[in-house]
Design a binder for this molecule. Sequence first.
Ligand code: ATP
Length: 893
Amino acid sequence: SAHTAHHSAGPKKIAVLTSGGDSAGMNAAVRAVVRYGIARGCQAYIIREGWEGLVRGNATEPTPASSRHPSNVASPAINAALNPRSVGFGQMMSKLSLDNSDRPDDPFGSASAQNAWTPMAFDSKDPNAIARLSDAPLSFGYGGLLRDGAGEGDPDELAATFSDHPPTIEDEVDDNGRSLKDRYIVRVGWDDTRSWLGEGGTLIGSSRCPSFRTREGRLKATHNLIKYGIDCLAICGGDGSLTGADVLRGEWPDLIRELHANGTITDDQFEEHQHLNIVGLVGSIDNDMSMTDQTIGADTALHRICEAVDSISSTASSHSRAFVIEVMGRHCGWLALMAGVATGADFIFIPEDPPSGDWEEELCGVLHHHRQIGKRKSIVIVAEGALDANLKPIKGDYVKDILTKRLGLDTRLTTLGHTQRGGKPSAADRILATLQGVKAVEALLEATPETPSYMIGIQENKITKVPLLEAVAQTKAVAEAIENKDFAKAISYRDADFQDMLEAFKISSSLSQADHAPEGQRLRLAIIHVGAPAGGMNAATRQAVRYCLARAHTPLGIHNGFEGLLDDNITELTWLRVDNWTTRGGSELGTNRTLPNVDMGGIAAALQRHKIDGLLLIGGFEAFSAVTMLEKARKDYPALHIPIIHIPATISNNVPLTDFSLGSDTSLNVLVSACDAIKQSASASRNRVFVVETQGGMSGYLATLGALAVGAVLVYTPEEGINLRTLLEDAEFLKERYKLDEKGQQEGRLVVRSEKSSSVYTTDFVTKVLKEEGKDLFDARSAQLGHTLQGLVPSPLDRTRAARMALLSVKFLEKHAHARSQDYTGRRRTADLPPTDTAAMIAVRGSKILYAKMSDVISHTDVKLRRGEDVWWYDIKRLVEILGGRTGLVTSL
Ligand code: ATP
């Protein structure tokens, strides 16, 4: 049609903004949208200060393409002379070169303007091709920086324009005190998001924008988007911000009609911008959005809370004090709940599940009981938005007074406040934001006028795309349900994770006898650790013990693995004994690699001697092998006709079938902190490549996800191995990359190498090759992380996941043990084999958490290489390299 003929076939322009309250990981999301957008052949823009920036737009207009003239174009020499003086946001800004509309352009910074331009070829087979912008950054061209002719041709003037700090709307001035109020829509290149992964908050600014709530404001926003030719918009914010996006999209046809009618936009612009594509990324520390398990920033906030509560715990214990800790969460108790589970708090208050009736009495009863059996400290966590059953707010100081007056406890109140928003993003948030940013770009490129606006979410481990309005509506429905005191409904709208965690918390903090199993149905359940230690093993054990006690089962700890079992090294675990175990790394029970086949008869005899009704194994590949052996041996030993469940726990995350193992998140966080420090050192010396070696056995999980979280440019894994050819190509790639860095501003770069990637091309070897090939372009060093990767204190995610898995595991044992005792007293004889689904592993797979039979697990196993066969993260190696600047790899992820 005439329309399509008219439509310009230029690159798509994708803009990204952050809005509402800030959260850690927003920068990683922006970086991913920018870089992946560029890698997919789009032009990338950032919009500063959220919707406010879009409404305000830029003071100076971009020059229409038709009126561009070479004489308006700054010379490459000027670009090259630009010497960025600032960091952070300033760095981003100063890295932008002048408009080069008639000149092929340069994503990596101005120095590279002198390099010959090569277009980015998506189908290129050249592994060393480097991502480049396809044409010039427009935004910094004729307007903005060169406003009113000031500074034209004067590189210093340009470089001085941005201060070290992300400017806020109110006080943006440059070094010379001039206002910067006039540029909010900025074309960005590849290197403008350099080192953003590890930065907290949002470097492009965020705000609340009342005017965007008005049609007038949105009309301005529409005009601004059209001016810059932007038709794809990614918004990272809370439900309000995303609602605003959908309102804009819904009104779009009407808005452009008005702009066209009153002559604000041309016929061409009107035809070209018939549709606006939007996508939402949820940035919120509260984790308050429905239809996604995890929002960007929630995990980091939980890190901050757990660090604080852990610190408070020791002093509380010393002085036998009670602490009431107030955490954020206006309408959502996620942070308070997870913190309660992760730190082993005594009591929590959350809006979704208010205490009923005389809660003061209940609270005092619980804390008193805990004290009676020997606890020296009491921790109560109160969500900011906590309510009682009559919707009356429950505040920290009130709770404190109750504990002081009624129990006579020396009670202190700590309000964590904005510390929760701060700090470096956790590994999980960096990964989540990056994967979601990539998915957001895909969603924008796939969008058609008919598709709904999507929100990018995550369900268990699957990145999802859900209708934005539905998610917002469901989020609002939670608040409404709370208002209507329909708390069961409110909780039902939260994800499965939330519901399990709430149950886990209640069980683990309770000493009530209400849920005791009747006499005759009480079981003796044993817990054993197998293999290398991993973060979360103790937390899982604690939860299993507490569950057993709540049901009047007997929890038995087997010490030192199967060797310990053969030696009758078994004790009953008490409520108090496991109290502090959420925060403990390593293995409190003791663990080793011995498998039951050392003496299967002896193992069976020991289980019989101790009258074990069910067995919980916590460990990695060895634990999985042990369960397989025990199941096979059932035909010979009736004592093994008991339900057996395995919780995967290993930093390598090499247990087949499951997407996650306990301990791997703790490890990733250790790796991220270590690599951040290494990268800082590498960047300080300007031209250094660090080859960082990780553990991980024959699995490249830790290396790959770690590389994604720290922004490494290359990763070597045992799955892909290393050969001479790839090594050479990689050295070439690094050379190309360093050539594009501005002189004096070269970046430190990381290469992550999993220790078993190759027995010949060792870390030392790779480092030497890079050093030799790098010559005067770059230097190379290596660092080995080794056993530090097991971590000290388990991460909040490992602790909470441990609690959930333990809860589901003991329920499994209970269910099958009861089924068995019924069968056995009835028609079945003991010699009959129990069904195969009574020996299982609890696994997270894609969007599901499930009990997997051993035969299912085995069918996904590469036994020789001790790892799973079809891993979810296989493509991420490619993504690491794409986001590291390598092209020729992009098809579709
Ligand atoms: P947080 O989780 O921090 O509350 P949020 O995105 O929900 O984040 P809001 O203050 O609700 O924060 O919204 C941020 C901005 O989004 C508002 O200032 C406004 O500009 C825009 N916005 C919110 N709701 C709407 C709406 N219904 N229509 C248009 N714009 C809206």
